[in-house]
Ligand binder design. Sequence first.
Ligand code: GLN
Length: 293
Amino acid sequence: MPKELWTIGRLLQWTEQYFLGKGVESSRLDGEVLLSHILGKDRIYLYTHYDEPLTKSELDAYRPLVIERGKGYSVAAIIGQKEFMGLSFTVTKDVLIPRPDTETLVEDILSFIPKEQGPYILDVCTGPGTILYSLLHYLPAATGLGLDISKDALAVAVTNREQLQLTERAKLCASDLFTALQKDPQYEKAFDIIVSNPPYIPSEEVKTLAPEVLHEPVLALDGGIDGLDFYRRLLTEAPRYLKAGGYLAVEIGYDQAEAVIELATRVGVYGDVVANKDIAGIVRELRWQKLGD
Ligand code: GLN
């Protein structure tokens, strides 16, 4: 950067141009978020202090973040934080970054479980704790267990559990889907609700994802040849751990509703499916109630 005086305004303009040149879509917003992160202020501050110069140490701290964003890392991964359901989650390169799409599932569950109820919730493939913790936060009497195959992801989930003050109500366990629960009879028909946002991108498509997504763990995205591997296992194995009348809710990819509903029908223990759409009108969540034993 040239040696003239770098005010907040000038730096934001420069960053926007730099990002545009790198093909970053939300070029203005991303610069604002990164700079407010460095300054420890909210975005409004940037506009109420538009003509104020930045110190050398602020500029030195900002520069590497801009370079990382230019390389395709998402802002969330760079600042290590992402908001989901009004809560702030710590994120790292080891986890799937919480996406607004997943709020469809969480909002659905919250829409019919009364606040005073204390369901026991299992989140399979919990990642940073996205679904489990947002449900526990808004259902103060609920308790839960989060499973993930990735120990690195679980370490992030531990951090979030502390930050969100859910250590008393949430347990975590390393597990390839339900595998860790198999030998312990206490988990049989134990859960009122099982939720999951498993990897569901067909293997061939993973390579074609946006650069921001390609910097996320493939393990959290790759759902096998047709993207449905985890639904096959989830739908057949979940009934063993779900109470009669309990709910199973999964996030699905934009074109997977029909195939996943068909899988559930074949398992034969679920009632009618409830399909919920995201704001774009695409079915992103499927939910079933387990029929009586
Ligand atoms: N929705 C994510 C994406 O499109 C994928 C999440 C997943 O595989 N569970 O990148």
